[in-house]
Design a protein around this ligand. Structure first.
Ligand code: 6PG
Length: 437
């Protein structure tokens, strides 16, 4: 990817959710209009679910099929009725099942050899685009789908191959692929793939986890070199999502700079150790502002709840699924223009980074206070004593928010009403106060 381009990484629960989210993004990118739209499809098995889904209601009825031209980012050099053909798969699962005009489907043509096929496809793309040079302000595609191979390849751009360096041609032949199936291929080059309003990578399954971690941390792999003139989005499912320690260095860097100045919040996370009164304060704050209230406990996947019930401590890995779920909810809330307050312990910096995900308007209210007071409050509220070991472990885990996180720090010895008013005042701006009234 371009050094200055930080991708959006969206983590969803599973392969089904991945297909659904991708379908929704496609709908958003392909609004019915008078003009032409162009989609560049990916090969491999991951997008198959998406293709099937798009052929069914409600997507089938919502996609403006007559307006879209369908291209491919790469294909294997085999006839379309060969099961290895990317175009063949997309036709069988999607394009043959929806009202697409025949002339709108533009597979990579058959020719004497891959070099000739690449040349013909490039001519076709240039004809469609209507110019010799790709202009960033007028992208060739509206949506480009991409996959990730176990060796870090994407489209048919394999590690160590000269095609990675191609800057002028839009399409090239790949006589020897680096991975199965070992048939020659034709692929679009990085500059041609980049000419899109959105490049959407789809990555699913535990087998992709390591390579995805490496790609997102900027390792020199082909998929890490992909960029887009428009948005670059990595849509990944939980199984493929790298662990927090493998979080992209580039994203961490982006987060730091994103936090250079505090923004008016869209989502407020009320954080602190168990017993600090997060739920009470978050609920009161939400009420005060007229915002939605949520409790992070409700986001635990069933496996975590089971573990907690049986008294087993959650690992960082268990927490990752939970935090990513909350981060997705935060994203959805912001996208709808909504505002919310959520109670969430968010004890470690790495956890908070997942929740914030570079978004300036996700802000923390950190409830802090004397250890004895916290224990006392807990005991009063729950009618039993908090085991000392639990409180110990909460304080041991706690990493107080750093200055660059711009958390509002509030002492819990004040009356809850005053705690809420302090938080409102310190987070506040005109916009914030106006929404509150
Ligand atoms: C191809 C591809 C290729 C693919 C990845 C991921 O034709 O092989 O377009 O880049 O997207 O290899 O494939 P899977 O989705 O099958 O893992």
């Amino acid at each position: 990817m371009r050094p200055e381009q930080n991708p959006d990484v969206i983590v969803v629960a599973d392969a089904g959710e991945l297909a659904r989210t991708a379908a929704e993004r496609m709908l958003a990118r392909l609004p019915p209009s008078d003009g032409h739209l162009a989609v560049c499809l990916a090969g491999g098995s991951t997008p198959e679910r998406l293709y099937r889904l798009l052929a069914t209601s409600p997507y089938r009825d919502a996609v403006p099929w007559e307006q879209i031209r369908w291209f491919w980012g790469d294909d294997r050099f085999v006839p379309e009725n060969d099961p290895r053909s990317n175009a063949g798969v997309a036709r069988r699962l999607l394009l043959n099942r929806v009202p697409v005009p025949a002339g709108s489907i533009c597979p990579i043509p058959r020719a004497e050899n891959v070099v000739e096929a690449a040349h013909l496809y490039e001519l076709e793309l240039r004809r469609y685009y209507g110019a010799e040079r790709l202009l960033p302000e007028r992208p060739l595609f509206d949506m480009v789908l991409m996959g990730l191979g176990a060796d870090g390849h994407t489209a048919s751009l394999f590690p160590g191959r000269p095609e990675l360096e191609e800057k002028t041609q839009w399409v090239v032949g790949v006589p020897k692929p680096g991975l199965e199936p070992f048939v020659p291929r034709v692929t679009l080059t990085f500059p041609a793939l980049a000419s899109t309003r959105e490049m959407l990578f789809l990555v699913s399954g535990a087998a992709k986890r390591d390579v995805l971690g490496r790609v997102l941390s900027g390792a020199d792999l082909p998929a890490a070199r992909a960029y887009a003139d428009g948005e670059l989005v990595w849509l990944v499912d939980q199984a493929a999502a790298p662990s927090p320690s493998a979080l992209p260095a580039t994203q961490e860097r982006a987060d730091t700079s994103a936090r250079a100045a505090p923004s008016p919040p869209s989502v407020i996370v009320v954080m602190g150790v168990s017993g600090a009164g997060k739920s009470t304060i978050a609920a009161m704050l939400a009420h005060r502002l007229g915002w939605t209230f949520e409790d992070a406990d409700w986001f635990h996947p069933p496996g975590n709840i089971e573990k907690m019930r049986s008294g087993q401590p959650l690992t960082d890995e268990d927490r990752l699924a939970w935090l990513q779920g909350i981060a997705v909810w935060i994203g959805a809330t912001r996208k709808e223009g909504g505002h919310a307050v959520i109670a969430c312990s968010a004890l470690k910096r790495a956890y908070r980074d997942i929740l914030v995900d570079g978004r300036h308007d996700v802000r923390f209210v950190y409830l802090t206070g004397d250890r004895d007071l916290i224990a006392l409050r807990f005991n009063l509220r729950h009618g039993h004593f908090m085991p000392a070991a639990l409180l110990d472990s909460q304080f041991a885990t706690l990493e107080e928010p750093g200055e660059d996180e711009h958390a509002v720090v509030v002492q819990i010895d004040a009356h809850p009403r005053d705690i809420v008013e302090t938080a409102v005042a310190e987070l506040g701006t005109v916009r914030f106060a106006a929404r509150a009234s």
